[in-house]
Structures are given as structure tokens and as C-alpha cells.
Design a protein around this ligand. Structure first.
Ligand code: ZN
Length: 194
């Protein structure tokens, strides 16, 4: 996999000043980002969030899931420690894309849960890939990470890819009346740590 990285630029945010690097796999139209604080080269136990894009929640503050809140909480924790990284991957809707995700939402409006809706549209539960995140961590010369995640599959995926995950730090997000069903499915059927 050939991955190209942009130069590093400053990114002031409401949580403090971060730096940002864009990157993409050659031949792919998906442009990802690393948003980070601190000099991470050679560091162990770097707080890291590997976040898959969720336009509806990250940008439009949808309450159907907790992605945006997990992203916010990750940036807040990294800023508090003045060290860490968010690797933002443009794989919307567990990898099925925005168009299909909205069709899945329409099925959910008719009573299907998040997994049933994806299956109705002919997609596997999760099509996300995290191998490009490995390249991002290598680019930063990070030695090992503390993964900010509630998803145990992501832990083993990363470990399989050769990234030493020292431990996992769950992100505690309060449920609301719109995402309680979604979070319950994640907890019961996808074994998330909630
Ligand atoms: Zn989401």
C-alpha cells in the first residue's frame, strides 16, 4: 500500500492547538487526516483515537449514534494530556458510504436495527478497514498506543496489524433517547464496552 502524507499544519480548535496532516492511499479518492498534539516520535502509550467518519454525527450533531461525542471526548482528552492523536478515516457508515447509510437510516425509521438495516441492503455488519491507520502511526513514529475506543474488535484488528496497543481507554458517553437503541445493539450484539 502506497500512502502519501501532506505537510504538517497548525490546527487551532476549541480544545487547543493541534497539528494536522492529510494522507491518502495512492489511487484512492479518500483523504484521511491525523490531528495530533505533542512530539510523538518514539513515544510509548500515545493516546490515540482511530475514528471512522460519521458525517451525520461528527458534523450535523445527529443523536442517532455517539460518534461525534466520542470524537469530541477524544480531542478533549488529548488536549488535556497535551499529547495524542486522532486518526480520522473517511469510511462513512461502517464503510458502506453516506448514500447507503442514509438508505439504512430510512429502513431504521421503519423499525429495523442498525445491523438488520445493513444486512437488508446486502452489506456485512462492518466493512471498515484499519490497515491505513497503521501507516499513519508509522508516519508519526509512534511506538505504542493507548487506544481510545469502546470497540474490542478494533483492538485485535490493530494488534493483528502489528501496532502495539498497550491498553484500551473506553470513552464514556451518556446515552440519549435517540441512540439508546443503537448503543444497546452495539453492546449486546457487537460486544462493545459500554
Ligand atoms: Zn455515527
Amino acid at each position: 500500500m502506497q500512502v502519501k502524507f501532506s505537510d504538517t499544519a497548525k490546527l487551532p480548535t476549541k480544545y487547543g492547538e493541534f497539528q494536522i496532516i492529510a494522507f491518502n492511499e495512492e489511487g484512492s479518492s479518500h483523504e484521511h487526516a491525523i490531528v495530533f498534539q505533542g512530539d510523538l516520535a518514539g513515544k510509548e502509550d500515545v493516546l490515540t483515537r482511530i475514528h471512522s467518519e460519521c458525517l451525520t454525527s461528527d458534523v450535523f450533531t445527529s443523536l442517532k449514534c455517539d460518534c461525534g461525542e466520542q470524537l469530541d471526548e477524544s480531542l478533549r482528552l488529548i488536549a488535556e494530556k497535551k499529547e495524542g492523536a486522532v486518526i480520522y478515516l473517511r469510511q462513512e457508515g461502517r464503510g458502506i458510504g453516506l448514500f447507503n447509510k442514509i438508505n439504512a437510516y430510512a429502513l431504521q425509521d421503519q423499525g429495523q436495527n442498525t445491523i438488520e438495516a445493513n444486512h437488508s441492503l446486502g452489506f456485512a455488519t462492518d466493512l471498515r478497514k484499519f490497515d491505513i491507520a497503521v501507516k499513519a502511526l508509522e508516519h508519526l513514529h509512534v511506538k505504542s498506543i493507548v487506544l481510545l475506543s469502546n470497540n474490542p474488535d478494533k483492538i485485535s484488528l490493530l494488534q493483528d496489524s502489528g501496532i502495539p496497543v498497550t491498553r484500551v481507554q473506553p470513552l464514556i458517553i451518556a446515552p440519549n433517547k435517540f441512540n439508546i437503541g443503537y448503543l444497546t445493539v452495539k453492546k449486546d450484539e457487537l460486544n462493545h464496552l459500554l
